[in-house]
Design a protein around this ligand. Structure first.
Ligand code: ATP
Ligand code: ZN
Length: 222
């Protein structure tokens, strides 16, 4: 593969992380020109370009070397690391201080919860089988993981699961679906993801410059 001399950052095209990620990059002094397909944004000052994609695709794009860095939820990054053989070379370079949420197990409101062993033999619906599986093993719980790509919160009412494991921020969605939060599996926020080792060429130097600027911006905000 022909090596690139410009750094490429992947971020969510449209969703919760889009605006705060754009703000953060702007505060790091980066400016972009948007292309007509709105997928690729050319960096106008520094040699840094943006790729706008679905958040779920970001870890894979970094693992395959299509992008060097990505702004993505810790939940998505860690799920990729657990379920893809190649994910182990990826690492969380910086927590970014926005997109806070938690991946939690929730039960129907009428079910009291006191400890993990209660979940033995239960069917738990989730889009995060890797993270849920890790939590269940760590707590010695033998439950059945039901994989659902979306609308996880309605599974208990449909009778396809006894509990769910899904992202929660305010908890309003849980209440609306008559569920209660029982246990937190992962505390998440947006993170800067990259391969554990930065490239040794010019791109690595640009990445280091960007990390230094990012640290300055994050410190000022704290
Ligand atoms: P895409 O089209 O990119 O796949 P999506 O629907 O998967 O979009 P969003 O709902 O925009 O993604 O969520 C993106 C990220 O925002 C999540 O992975 C998570 O890290 C974070 N997040 C923060 N609060 C919440 C919340 N209440 N529900 C879901 N995600 C949240
Ligand atoms: Zn997504």
């Amino acid at each position: 593969m022909k090596s690139r001399d410009r750094l490429r950052i992947a971020m969510q095209k449209s969703g919760r992380l889009t605006e705060p990620a754009q703000d953060l990059l702007a505060r790091c002094g980066l400016k972009f020109r948007q292309s007509r397909d709105k997928l690729f944004c050319f960096g106008e000052g520094e040699p840094v370009d943006l790729l706008l994609v679905r958040d779920d695709d970001i870890p894979g794009l970094i693992a395959e070397g299509v992008c060097d860095l990505g702004i993505v939820g810790r939940n998505v990054l860690r799920e990729f690391q657990l379920t893809n053989g190649t994910g182990s070379e990826l690492s969380e370079l910086r927590p970014l201080g926005f997109g806070h949420c938690r991946l939690s197990i929730a039960l129907p409101q009428e079910d009291a919860y006191s400890e993990p062993s209660q979940l033995h033999g239960q069917r738990i619906a989730t889009s995060y089988p890797g993270l849920l599986g890790e939590w269940l093993r760590a707590h010695g719980v033998d439950a059945r993981v039901v994989m659902l790509a979306g609308s996880v919160e309605i599974a208990p009412r449909l009778g396809t699961a006894d509990a769910i494991c899904d992202l929660v921020s305010s908890g309003a969605t849980l209440v609306a679906n008559q569920l209660r939060e029982a246990a937190v599996v992962v505390e998440s926020e947006a993170v800067l993801a990259g391969r554990a080792e930065l490239p040794l060429d010019e791109r690595g130097e640009i990445a280091e410059l960007l990390l230094r600027r990012l640290d300055g911006v994050i410190q000022v905000r704290d």
